[in-house]
Design a protein around this ligand. Structure first.
Ligand SMILES: [Cu+2]
Length: 446
């Protein structure tokens, strides 16, 4: 960062203002600005269409999809499913334009999703390439005590450089997790976790057409830092689904009338996440403790996923469109640049603007009327950081980033472009009121 950029940014952080080269005056201008400044930080990734799910379990149960992630490959030896997790440090991209050194498994955080069937036996080798010992705990699984992975209590920790093995039967079906149980605060904060799905031998509830796995997480990554801060207790500023902040999150593409399952897991250090879906209602069918009987399921549009828990929801969307899916904590749909700003609404900045413009000619205070639209302006941001909020949407800028993704409900999902936006039928989009209609309806704007 050169001195000028630094000055601008420090002005924003310390001086109650955010600087722009020029404030866009209209939505069109804003678009033009966004076009002109296709910087890495504002780039939107493109995603491949997922092939149809293969059958993974009895009763035609489909394999799980881990958006932005992978499933762990197994080999079968003498009837035992054999897999290999390598714990190591690597470079991870949270969204285009921002990377950091994290810890995880096999180059992923969360690590690969483990997927198997009730009654199977698994053998998982764990190679430790971290600079300190580690273990793997199988969260929610009922297994022999010595396989539970709590360092000191159930086993000695795996020293760096060694490969240890866990082997046990999958006695119960469900949506579970795995994570380090050595130096938990550091290792979980840095990304040492993943999801573990055990399909039932006999399907429970209606058959689903799509089965997604989404793990929530929160990170403290100071602007300009190359490593998340594992000692953070609050002010987490990078919020993720499967290790990605929007627009890095891969959309969930589903069909109208399909039964969809989403398995949510949360191993954030400190925060529960109320995950909200638009355009539909759902029921919670399971937790990491087991299945919820259908008599106890009730409709919801937001599910709280507590730290150290999984929540499984199922629904059948009826309304096509691009529907928001996000954590409903407003600070969890912001990114680094949206945190730590002074309150500006209603502040008279004319004096400070006049004085500041003597030293930084393009200085301009912002936020006096609210912070809407600040995400889309062509602000100088430090290298390796994310803009304040989301990304460009089909109409204008989407004011949410972080723990946000899009559920794309389509009539023909097998042909739909996961990167394309919904085409709204004429007359179904909100717009300016027609004056004649206003008069006819007796509405007078104050
Ligand atoms: Cu949240």
């Amino acid at each position: 960062m050169d001195r000028r950029s630094f000055l601008r940014w420090s002005g924003a952080a310390a001086g109650a203002a955010v600087l722009t080269r020029a404030a866009p005056v209209s939505a069109q201008d804003a678009h033009a600005h966004a076009e002109a400044s296709a910087t890495a930080a504002s780039a939107v990734p493109t995603f491949e269409r997922r092939p149809a799910s293969r059958t993974a379990a009895p009763g035609g149960q489909p394999s799980v999809i881990t958006p932005n992630g992978i499933s762990l490959p197994w080999t079968v030896r003498d009837g035992v499913k054999v897999g290999h997790l390598v714990a190591h440090e690597f470079d991870h991209e949270f969204a285009p334009g921002m990377r950091a050194r994290v810890w995880g498994y096999n180059g992923h955080t969360p690590g690969p999703t483990l997927e198997a069937v009730e009654g199977e036996r698994i053998r998982v080798y764990v190679t430790n390439r971290l600079p300190e010992p580690t273990t793997v705990h199988w969260h929610g699984l009922i297994l022999p005590n010595g396989m539970d992975g709590v360092s000191g209590l159930n086993q000695r920790p795996i020293p760096p450089g060694e490969t240890w093995v866990y082997e046990f039967d999958l006695r119960h079906p469900g949506t579970f997790m795995y994570h380090s149980h050595y130096d938990e605060m550091t290792q979980i904060a840095l990304g040492m976790m993943g999801m573990f799905i055990v399909h039932p031998r006999r399907p429970v509830g209606p058959r689903v057409d799509r089965d997604f796995v989404l793990m929530t997480h929160e990170w403290k990554l100071e602007v300009g830092a190359r490593r998340p801060d594992p000692n953070a207790m609050n002010d987490f500023n990078v919020l993720t689904f499967n290790g990605k902040s929007y627009p890095g999150t891969e959309p969930l593409l589903v069909g109208v009338g399909e039964r969809v399952r989403i398995r949510l897991g949360n191993l954030s250090p400190m925060d529960h996440h109320p995950i909200h879906l638009h355009g539909l209602n759902f029921v919670m069918t399971a937790t990491d403790g087991g299945y919820v009987p259908s008599s106890a399921q009730y409709p919801e549009t937001t599910v709280i996923v507590p730290v150290g828990s999984t929540r499984v929801i199922e629904f059948t969307p009826t309304e096509p469109g691009d529907w928001a899916m996000h954590c409903h904590m407003t600070h969890h749909v912001m990114t680094q640049m949206g945190h730590g700003l002074p309150p500006m609404v209603g502040v008279d900045t004319s004096t400070v603007d006049r004085r500041m413009s003597r030293v930084v000619p393009e200085y301009m205070s912002m936020g006096q009327t609210g912070m809407g639209g600040m995400g889309e302006m062509e602000m100088d941001i430090p290298p390796n950081s994310l803009p304040m909020r989301g990304a460009r949407g089909p109409f204008s800028y989407i004011d949410m980033g972080g723990m946000f993704t899009v559920l794309k409900v389509r009539e023909r999902p097998e042909r739909a472009d996961p990167n394309g936006w919904f085409e709204h039928p004429a007359g179904t989009v909100a717009g300016p009121a027609d004056p004649a209609r206003l008069r006819a309806d007796g509405i007078e704007a104050p």
